[in-house]
Design a protein around this ligand. Structure first.
Ligand code: APR
Length: 177
């Protein structure tokens, strides 16, 4: 069981499930969401639209799964991160932590062993990166330690798209792990 941080493009990760930093409408967008949808192909957006038609918009911090289309992964877990300017700092931290724990809950329900996360909310949604990294690391480590006896999830990778996010994640791993 373990947590690591790497520099890379999440669309290329050969894991069971990758997490997408989506919006409430699961409508696709720019950033990692755009990269995932364009690499996965149109079937994933169709599945997202069916989820929205069935349940309405996704709440912040909640995760839903689709297949992964043309990606090497088997599933995409779509989760909506907090928009930094819409909440108080403490609420932002709770909502971001919920993104990681609810995605891991969904991964466990799917029976996924390996899961990769992007740095949720640290792009367009403007969550400060130096605050987001320790929340990601501590939430994943707590979830793994609380669920180690009864989960398929074994290996979690934080996929950083730039060296600044990687530095924050490595610092958090050193401080917390
Ligand atoms: N692989 C991994 N990480 C990536 C990739 C990629 N291919 N592309 C971008 N990133 C990183 C960014 O560098 C950023 O640190 O993902 C992080 C999250 O940034 P955004 O994609 O902007 O996500 P977020 O801040 O959560 O905003 C979500 O943006 O694209 C829209 O539809 C999306 O409305 C939603 C909003």
């Amino acid at each position: 069981m373990g947590l690591t941080a790497v520099l890379g493009d999440i669309t290329t990760m050969e894991v069971d499930a990758i997490v997408n930093a989506a919006n409430a409408a699961l409508a696709g967008g720019g950033g990692v969401d755009g990269a995932i949808h364009s690499a996965a192909g149109p079937t994933v957006l169709e599945e997202c639209q069916a989820i929205i038609a069935n349940q309405g918009p996704c709440r912040t911090g909640r995760a839903v799964a689709t297949s992964a289309g043309a990606l090497p992964a088997t599933w995409i877990i779509h989760v909506v991160g907090p928009i930094w300017t819409q909440h108080e700092p403490v609420e932002n931290s709770t909502l971001l932590a919920n993104c990681y724990s609810s995605s891991l809950d969904v991964a466990a329900e799917l029976g996924a062993t390996t899961i990769a996360f992007p740095a949720i909310s640290t792009g367009v949604y403007r969550f400060p990166r130096e605050l987001a990294a320790p929340i990601a690391v501590s939430t994943v480590l707590n979830w793994l330690s609380q669920n180690k006896r009864n989960t398929s999830v074994d290996t979690v990778t934080l996929v950083c798209f730039d060296s600044e996010n990687l530095r924050h994640c490595q610092q958090a791993l050193t401080d917390i792990a």
